[in-house]
Write a protein that binds this ligand. Sequence first.
Ligand SMILES: Cc1ncc(COP(=O)(O)O)c(C=O)c1O
Length: 508
Amino acid sequence: MVLSVVQSAEESSSAFIDSVFASRYVQDPLPRYNLSEKSIPKEAAYQIIHDELLLDGNPRLNLASFVTTWMEPECDKLMVEAINKNYVDMDEYPVTTEFQNRCVNIIANLFNAPVDETRRAIGVGTVGSSEAIMLAGLAFKRRWQNKRKAQGKPYDKPNIVTGANVQVCWEKFARYFEVELKEVKLREGYYVMDPVKAVEMVDENTICVGAILGSTLNGEFEDIKLLNDLLAKKNKMTGWDTPIHVDAASGGFVAPFLYPELEWDFRLPLVKSINVSGHKYGLVYAGIGWVIWRSKEDLPEELIFHINYLGADQPTFTLNFSKGSSQIIAQYYQFLRMGFEGYKNVMTNCMENARVLREGLERTGRFEIVSKTQGIPLVAFAFKDKNKSLAFKLSKALRNYGWIVPAYTMPPNAEHVTILRVVVREDLSRQLVEKLLSHIESALSELEDEPAVPKITFTYEMKPRRFVGDGGEGDLHIPETSVNWKREKPKVIYKDVPVTGGKTKGVC
Ligand SMILES: Cc1ncc(COP(=O)(O)O)c(C=O)c1O
């Protein structure tokens, strides 16, 4: 955007003469935490904010995130056109509401939801998978409580069983909605929930088992079919009916296109709800997720609010009320534009680029790959050399080239393993992957050439004093000292900052 003139602050006849960088607006200190008394021209406000944002990382090079960073200009245009539409005004914007309903049905069909005579799927658009998981969790909690009440049994100690690899949103759900989170611990070399251990942990207070299709940490799919079969046996033995929720935040838009034979969804009878992030491999910018229920019975009616003050009866089951419409419109655009073929091609390209990256990393001889060839298109890798700080050093060194590649430690009981992860999104082309590989190689040799700044430790040893002279008055009393010094290799400490609840940063 070219900015040539701004209105001067004094509303004088000299208005519109200064360029932004010749004006006082780039000189005066910015009020950061208080509202300024006076307005400033829009051009100056734009330039000041635009310039400060230059210091953010480049989203396209942010390989830490699963979230979409590129969409077609036609879709950008639709999103801007809808920027002033509040999604909640369903009666006023019936077409937008219809688009959300079409998306819910498209996703439910993709996940093989059984259709009833109305052929209308049960689900809702959310801000992301986190909100979707909160809603699904609430439905399980309420269903379990209703059943326990009807049986005259205590209903105050609900729990949920997951792997320790779950994303932080599960911990949030547990803490916010007072459900105990029982996590199956990981171990070195096995970084997803072990279905056998998960089923062992299920008890009469378990509201559901949460399984992940595409672990955040290494993209691996959990064995949901095995979980379903083992849980079905336990349910039969005990008389319980513990269900499964699938957190398909990333995998929900990967598996149907790349592994259609894999049974992970509503084909498995115990799977009662599934969440997916539209803003990850659903290929929409940040701010959209989905949750789909198997049937009406799985979503207790009392959780649905009906409002009518905006027009006709509107059922709502969301944590917030107002939100934008652009993301829903963008999701519908992607479904319409890409179809099954388009999604399949994008996912195939992502997998192919992940393969190129994986093989390039293997060729360096320095890394062990901890992601799987079947899973989310990402490459998670650890240094063969178990020195924990190397991963953090490499992550830091790659920043100098512009890449954001996170390094993090695994959750319990694999905390001693530190990995790096590159998420291969649609817009990480083959050319960029090759550039990244060459930068990783350069960064590795820089790490090796890093000059060792030695630490030198001096130790003074004081000995009984020695007299110079014959011991008489005026003699010099010199304490005897000996100085020892030692050269030590520098110790670099790269700490990951733990967030409450034990999840590590940098993992989205
Ligand atoms: C497996 C999994 N579940 C849930 C989430 C949270 O998703 P969202 O960012 O859409 O709220 C993530 C985010 O990366 C994830 O990987």
